[in-house]
Design a protein. Structure first.
Length: 222
């Protein structure tokens, strides 16, 4: 594939028996035979304190997640009207934006993805960004996220599932600017599940702590 997403590994360790719900209807499918219960064995990089450059209206100073002009990320999930759930949706979105920002800027030290994640989700983001940086690639195009479902499991713990259509986002060679395009296929539709945590150590935001990624998800096709 020449998408901006590199070969995806599952990064979810079962936490206190929590089950993440899938978006859409029907069963899931993955051409990569991904097992949702696989445990991350690589050590997560240590999160660093981000330089505050943004305020989101909740009193929390946040690093920028602004993207380059040649990369757009559309999140088709409206607010729920519930303040807590909407905060989870916002911070889950910022985690994804931060990951793509670091890859697009060819910057493994970008503070935003470290600000919005921890544990397995931080490891996943770090490894995805590093693979792009080491390979000399950056994402470009139009990325779409939709069918979000958020659930508050208990105080300070929430799950967020959503779909992604990456058929219009591609890899770009950083040195030459050449865009590597390919036709859409079943793997263009991806199911994500996040476990987010908000506690005394989370910088005042809902940090993504665990993640599963399943390519070729039938329930995400549209």
């Amino acid at each position: 594939m020449t998408r901006s997403s590199l070969p995806i590994a599952v990064a979810l360790a079962a936490s206190a028996g929590l089950l993440l719900t899938a978006c859409g209807g029907g069963g899931s499918d993955s051409s990569d035979k991904i097992q949702p219960s696989e445990t991350v064995t690589t050590a997560a990089p240590t999160a660093t304190t981000a330089s505050p450059t943004q305020a989101a209206g909740d009193g929390v100073n946040r690093p920028s997640t602004e993207l380059p002009k040649d990369l757009t990320m559309a999140f088709e999930w409206p607010k729920t009207g519930d303040a807590t759930k909407d905060a989870v949706l916002n911070d889950g979105e910022q985690y994804l934006r931060a990951l793509k920002r670091a890859s697009a800027r060819d910057d493994l030290k970008d503070p935003a993805y470290q600000f919005y994640s921890r544990n397995a989700a931080l490891t996943y983001a770090h490894d995805q960004i590093k693979a792009n940086v080491d390979g000399g690639f950056a994402p470009t195009g139009e990325d779409h996220y939709y069918s979000a479902k958020v659930s508050i499991v208990r105080s300070g713990s929430a799950t967020l599932s959503f779909c992604r259509d990456q058929s219009k986002v591609f890899s770009k060679k950083v040195k030459t600017g050449e865009v590597l395009r390919s036709a859409p296929n079943d793997d263009s539709f991806i199911l994500y599940n996040l476990l987010l945590t908000k506690d005394a150590a989370s910088n005042g935001v809902w940090q993504s702590s665990q993640i599963t990624v399943i390519e070729g998800a039938k329930q995400c096709r549209r």
